[in-house]
Design a protein around this ligand. Structure first.
Ligand code: UT7
Length: 326
């Protein structure tokens, strides 16, 4: 028998304010069109945080929903990991603020910085911590307020992102140690800093008193996304002796519908097995995968025992995939 990190609850939070593509002009003074955004990305609208909302307030709401769905109290949590590129402050970590909000005073909490791949990284860490006995009940959260780091005069980037948070609760359980087990089967993490300048936040991050804005060379990122995501998913399947036909659900990072469709096609999955939220949420960076998972699980679409592939790519460049059985 081996220890596995089993997903027992998923939750999400989206700010109330919704801005549709054709309202962007009036709301933010951008010269764009619904047709341009929809054709290139599949995005139709995004949620935008209210001034008082933060990465920790949204992450806490998502974590509370995930715990409620798991039937667990905050006090049971002994590990909180937050993936975010938009933390409340340099320190304390956003995860520590959420830990306090959950009423969990045991264990430990910390943040992970891996941009849009942050949730996959955080999931990999939680899996390792649970499998090595350092944690028994982990809450893994992706939470972002990208609206605050966008250059609202750059229509090539500001139309692409939205705010929100998603969370999963993982608990230690037993498995046989093969690919039939429930829980996280494996995670596969990559980064290549040679491509650090094609997707970044320029300026500082608090350390020099100046907060930067998001910059992206979209076409280049697109090219990397298609090839790197395909290869990391192959890597994950091979590591578990699984075939594409074993996959029940693709839960991809939600950046662009064309990239998501290309992955679904590559894996031979019908459209109804690919979870898509990018049309309504836009790109919520580290929050997009857990938000998509929470939506599909909340609707009862994903059944116990279903094999899921989670994958994403983001600034760094970072990219990665996780295979998990629900
Ligand atoms: O989350 C991390 C991962 N990120 C991604 O996966 C993003 C990957 N990249 C992409 O999804 C695409 O590259 C974008 C959707 C970002 C951009 O699509 P594109 O086809 O690469 O467009 P482009 O940036 O080359 O721009 C084409 C044209 C330009 O006009 P000209 O120079 O050809 O006259 C832009 O000025 O579209 C113009 N344009 C816009 N027009 C209306 C750029 N943004 C807009 C806009 N509205 N919002």
């Amino acid at each position: 028998m081996v220890t596995r990190a089993i997903i027992v609850g998923c939750g999400g939070y989206l700010p109330q304010r919704v801005v549709a593509n054709d309202a962007l002009g009036e709301a933010f003074g951008i010269e764009t069109s619904d047709a341009w955004i929809t054709e290139r990305t599949g995005i139709r609208q995004r949620h935008v945080a209210a001034p008082e909302e933060t990465a920790s307030s949204m992450g806490l709401a998502a974590a509370r929903q995930a715990l409620e769905r798991a039937g667990l109290e905050g006090a049971a949590v002994d590990c909180v990991i937050v993936a975010t590129a938009t933390p409340d402050s340099a320190f304390p970590a956003t995860a520590v603020r959420i830990q306090a909000g959950l009423g969990s005073h045991q264990g430990f909490a910390f943040d992970v910085s891996a941009a849009c791949t942050g949730f996959v990284y955080a999931l990999g860490l939680a899996d390792s911590l649970i499998r090595t006995g350092q944690a028994r009940c982990a809450v893994v959260i992706g939470t972002e307020v990208f609206s605050r780091i966008l250059d609202w005069t750059d229509r090539g980037t500001c139309v692409l992102f939205g705010d929100g948070a998603g969370a999963v609760v993982l608990v230690a359980g037993e498995g046989r140690g093969d690919a039939t087990d429930r829980g996280i089967l494996s995670t596969h993490l990559h980064s290549d800093g040679r491509y650090g300048d094609i997707l970044l936040v320029d300026g500082g991050a608090g350390s020099n008193g100046e907060c930067g804005k998001l910059r992206m060379a979209g076409k280049e990122v697109f090219r990397h996304a298609v090839s790197k995501l395909a290869s990391v998913v192959d890597e994950a399947l091979a590591a578990n002796g699984l075939a594409q036909s074993d996959i029940r659900w693709l839960i991809p990072h939600q950046a662009n519908l064309r990239i998501i469709d290309a992955m679904g096609k590559k894996l031979g999955l019908p459209k109804e097995r690919v979870v898509v939220t990018v049309d309504r949420h836009a790109n919520t960076s580290a929050a997009s995968i857990p938000l998509a998972l929470a939506e599909a699980a909340g609707k009862g679409l994903i059944e116990r025992g279903d094999l899921m592939v989670l994958e994403g790519i983001g600034g760094g460049l970072t990219w990665g995939a996780a295979l998990a059985r629900f």
